[in-house]
Design a binder for this molecule. Structure first.
Ligand code: GLN
Length: 198
């Protein structure tokens, strides 16, 4: 039986995530738009897009509580870009809807106007010696990570990828490259959560 990993498909670049997941052996991707579809998924990706819009649509779909409940029960969740913002407990200067699963403070659109969008080689030691091609699009970054949060990557001195137990987040968009390593890492997290923990 393949694992089913859900991609929150309310707004943003969810198709790119689903295509990425489908490249991984033993992984089936499904779209999550309501609580019924969430129930079918063993892990969940929150895509990039517009975090205030995704937050509103999550609220309207009645999905915030069910996702938080599943997550607290051990379902792995990975957020990219807008998804990273939604994963954070604290968002600088904003009261927007969020999942708030990770102990961190994030800043939105944090790289400034001049470098709104850019690409950079990002070393992620957990994934080996080869850096990732980090695609940043009006990206956030992590201003403060709580003591339980593992820093996976930095760009210059800013934290751009983190993990806390079964939760992971990155400011960049690995789904817009052809490097499957972040998705494979997440699939491994889902697999080990299925087999009863890490
Ligand atoms: N700037 C967006 C936000 O604040 C995130 C951008 C993205 O996901 N590419 O929600």
């Amino acid at each position: 039986m393949p694992m089913r990993i859900g991609v929150l498909s309310l707004q943003g670049d969810y198709l790119a995530h689903a295509a990425m997941l489908r490249q991984l052996p033993g992984v089936d991707a499904c779209h999550v738009r309501d609580a019924g579809e969430l129930a079918e998924a063993q892990g969940l990706i929150i895509p990039g897009g517009e975090s205030t819009t995704i937050g509103k649509l999550l609220d309207r779909a009645g999905l915030i509580e069910p996702i938080v409940q599943r997550a607290r029960g051990g379902m792995p969740v990975y957020g990219t870009c807008a998804g990273l913002i939604l994963m954070a407990e604290r968002i600088e200067g904003s009261e927007q809807h969020r999942l708030g699963l990770m102990d961190m403070l994030v800043a939105r659109n944090a790289f400034g106007r001049q470098i709104d969008s850019f690409e950079a080689a990002i070393p992620v030691p957990l994934l080996g010696a080869d850096p990732l091609r980090g695609v940043f699009i009006r990206a956030p970054y992590v201003v403060e990570a709580g003591p339980g949060v593992e820093v996976l990557a930095r760009y210059e001195d800013r934290i751009v990828a983190v993990r806390q137990g079964v939760f992971m987040a990155s400011a960049f968009h690995p789904e817009l490259t052809n490097d499957v390593r972040m998705h494979r890492l997440f699939a491994d997290m889902v697999r080990s959560a299925q087999s009863g923990g890490r």
